[in-house]
Each structure stands twice: as C-alpha cells, then as structure tokens.
Design a protein around this ligand. Structure first.
Ligand SMILES: [Zn+2]
Ligand SMILES: [Zn+2]
Ligand SMILES: [Zn+2]
Ligand SMILES: [Zn+2]
Length: 178
C-alpha cells in the first residue's frame, strides 16, 4: 500500500495525492485530489457526469479501518462505473453489474482493478465479462484477488452426537405399599 498516490490532480496540477484520490472510471487517465473533488472542480476534457472511484492511501486506510484488519484493496467501497451508484462491496458491485448493466458496452475502468495498489488498469468494453473472468466470485467466501491465497474453508464436521435418549424410570416404585 502506498504512502501516497504518485499521480497529478488533473485540475489543480498538484503532484502527489495524500489520503484520498478520486479516479475517473470513464477517462483513461484522469484523477482529482480530494479538495478539487469536494469543491466540484473539474478539469477540461472530462464530462461532469463521469463516476469517480475514491481510493485511500496507507494513512487513510489506517484511519478508516482503525483496529480492524486492513483489506488488500485501497478502497472501502466501490462505485459503479456505469451509473455512478456508490457504496458497493466488491460482491455487491459484481451482482449489481450483472443485474443492471449486463448489456452495457461503455468503455469503463474496473473499480476492483483500480483499487489494487499501484495498478494502472486499462478500460474495458464489457465490464460484466471482465469481472467474471478477472474476479472470482466465491459464494459465501467473499471476493479475492487473483494471485492471493484462497480463503480458508471451514469444514463443518458432521456431528457424532445423536439425539440424546433419556430413560425415564418410574419413580418411587419400591415404596409401593401392599
Ligand atoms: Zn486538485
Ligand atoms: Zn472522466
Ligand atoms: Zn450501476
Ligand atoms: Zn477488474
């Protein structure tokens, strides 16, 4: 994970983006610093309707996931590059793209690829087929990056204990009086 992003803001031309980086998911190479994004400042050659993926550097991740395990991807949630909807987990985004944008053919940058530290993914024409090839979807096992260790599967052992049978003895039998 990088200490900061070695990119230039395409609006204010600041080099080296700290904490947050906003990457356009439609343009091949378009980034904004947190300040320009926040104030709605946009450079030329970029349509204001383009969705952005927010990426977090090392410091921002530590702040965001304080005390929790830090994920491999430098994002806490994902943006749909087709409709701009925010706040998806990796699995949710893949399900969303499958349901809502199965026939979309807009050139977009995959938010999951872009969140791999120091990756510079190219645009893809068919996000759905890209995702189904490049990103494994393990039902119940969550999302994993290609090349990382598969998640540990916890096998549920069949229980050896059958239902407990109790014998209920009639009580006070011996004290019966004749
Ligand atoms: Zn800027
Ligand atoms: Zn753009
Ligand atoms: Zn969408
Ligand atoms: Zn991808």
């Amino acid at each position: 994970m990088s200490q900061f992003f070695e990119v230039t803001c395409d609006h204010c031309q600041t080099w080296g983006l700290f904490d947050y980086r906003y990457k356009c998911l439609r343009c091949a190479d378009y980034d904004l610093c947190a300040r320009c994004y926040k104030f709605g400042l946009r450079g030329v050659g970029h349509d204001v309707s383009h969705p952005f993926q927010c990426l977090l550097d090392q410091g921002a991740m530590e702040l965001h996931f304080a005390g929790e395990p830090i994920p491999d991807l430098c994002a806490d949630s994902f943006t749909c590059p087709n409709c701009g909807e925010l706040g998806f987990s990796a699995d949710e985004l893949m399900a969303h793209v499958r349901i809502r944008h199965s026939d979309a053919r807009t050139a977009v940058i995959c938010p999951l690829c872009v969140a791999v530290p120091s990756a510079h993914p190219a645009r893809v024409d068919n996000l759905l087929s890209h995702m189904s090839i490049a990103h494994h979807h393990n039902p119940g096992g969550g999302f994993r990056l290609a090349g990382t260790e598969p998640p540990v599967t916890h096998h549920v052992l069949p229980t050896s204990e059958g239902p407990q049978v109790r014998f209920i003895l009639p009580d006070d039998q011996s004290e019966e009086e004749w």
